[in-house]
Write a protein that binds this ligand. Structure first.
Ligand code: S3P
Length: 434
């Protein structure tokens, strides 16, 4: 098990290129595999999660070649997947298991999906329920946890499904199953969630009808191969946005970041906190919006985070909590119960780490209150609970801590941001991985 030693640093600068978006990388493999023709992907995230999806589709007979972040997918068509020889191991990746359940529920073969210790604790009832309504047959462990055993050769029918939680993974799972279902499948979401599936389906020529908070498609169509340019991941970028905002001296530009409006909650939150953050060079590439983001040192103030921003920043809260720790006054987050079922319980695990750094906080059932302060000499090592975003969040706290911060169990940074340490150090941080 590796750990980070993040030594004090005070300045951060440079033009940084953050790796490709994880959500879009997963979807490029899934939809490229199901398309007819050859899909070329540029800027693919070479992280373990996206590679789990890639390997799973290879195991189902799809020829996929990768040279660095360039990936070529020889699509097998919507009905061309083959039964894998053994159970598919999806590692740490919730997106892989939830989205692929939708696709695999409709195949003419049985298969089993499983993952690591963290994935084995994550709730799958949220996808099993709607898929069962569509006619799928899926067995899970007690309490709806992986492994999932999906029975093949079931005829699916379209459903109208109201999402009980604002979840892009569940929405995508149901829509992907809908590609194979008889008739129309519609999903209604209680709040906007990332819409990369809808955008990419359209990019591959599938008719997806979006009307306010409802997305519908009709089964039986085909996908046509295309070229996909994966923009930089705003979730990975968030560590550098917060790092630059809290650093005593900072001027950082992140180039070509995905600013899809269903993902930009972190920008809104940091701006509400007073961050010196500006967007420029906004452009659209392959149906996704990109911008360059410049962040300079900022005097942050505590805020009450508007609840409607929560699903739009759902992966960025560990980093936002570090910003809140460095802000003047109190920051309150509510309406974020979903954080408890991510790669770790991100409310409790962040609170435990903040306690070690001497930051006053109060854990709420669905959020946290954080009192801005000064990081103290950490008396013990911080545990990441194998959660990549916890590891990176506490690493950037070193820009405001006079003592080294040690974070244990950082291996999972590889799932989403393999060059995090190199990039952070090139910009002025001082992180060692041992
Ligand atoms: C994702 C959706 C989100 C997010 C996850 C990626 C996706 O999960 O937390 O990292 O790619 O669809 P939920 O749908 O569970 O909110």
């Amino acid at each position: 098990m590796s750990k980070f030693i993040a030594k004090p640093a005070t300045s951060l600068s440079g033009n940084l290129k953050i790796p490709g978006d994880k959500s879009i990388s997963h979807r490029s493999i899934m939809l490229g595999s199901l398309a007819s023709g050859v899909t070329k992907v540029k800027g693919f995230l070479e992280g373990e999660d996206a590679l789990s999806t890639l390997k799973a589709f290879q195991a189902m007979g799809v020829k996929i070649e990768r040279e660095g972040d360039n990936v070529t997918i020889h699509g097998v068509g919507i009905n061309g997947l083959k039964k894998p020889l053994k159970a598919l191991d999806l590692g740490n990746s919730g997106t892989s298991i939830r989205l692929m359940s939708g696709i695999l529920a409709a195949q003419d073969f049985d298969c089993e999906l499983h993952g690591d210790e963290s994935l084995s604790k994550r709730p799958m009832g949220r996808v099993i329920n709607p898929l069962t309504k569509m006619g799928a047959v899926i067995e899970s462990n007690d309490n709806g946890k992986p492994p999932l055993r999906i029975k093949g050769s079931q005829k699916l029918k379209g459903i109208k499904y109201d999402l009980p939680v604002a979840s892009a993974q569940v929405k995508s799972c149901v829509l992907l199953a809908g590609l194979y279902a008889d008739g129309e499948t519609c999903v209604t979401e209680p709040a906007p969630t990332r819409d990369h599936t809808e955008r990419m389906l359209k990019g591959l020529g599938y008719d997806v009808r979006v009307n306010e908070n409802q997305m519908c498609l009709t089964g039986g169509g085909e996908l046509t191969a295309t070229e996909i340019q994966v923009p930089s991941d705003i979730s990975s970028s968030a560590f550098f946005m917060v790092a630059a905002a809290i650093a005593p001296q900072a001027d950082v530009t992140l180039t070509g970041v995905n600013v899809n409006p269903t993902r930009t909650g972190v920008i809104n939150i940091l701006q509400l906190m007073g961050a010196n953050l500006t967007l420029s060079n906004e452009r659209e590439i392959g149906g996704e919006l990109l911008a360059d983001i410049r962040i300079q040192s900022s005097e942050l103030k505590g805020i009450k985070i508007p609840e409607q921003l929560v699903p739009l920043a759902i992966d960025e809260f560990p980093a936002v909590f570090i910003a809140a720790s460095c802000a003047q006054g109190e920051t309150t987050l509510t309406g974020a119960k979903e954080l408890r079922v991510k790669e770790s319980d991100r409310i409790q695990v962040m609170a435990d780490g903040l306690n070690i750094l001497g930051i006053e906080n109060e854990v709420l059932e669905d959020g946290i209150k954080i009192q801005g302060g000064v990081f103290q000499n950490p008396a013990q090592m911080i545990e990441s609970h194998h959660d990549h975003r916890i590891s990176m969040s506490f690493a950037i706290a070193s820009l405001r801590c006079d003592y080294p911060i040690e974070i244990n169990g950082v291996d999972n940074v590889m799932t989403s941001f393999p060059n995090f340490v190199a990039l952070a150090n090139s910009a002025g941080m001082n992180i060692t991985e041992i």
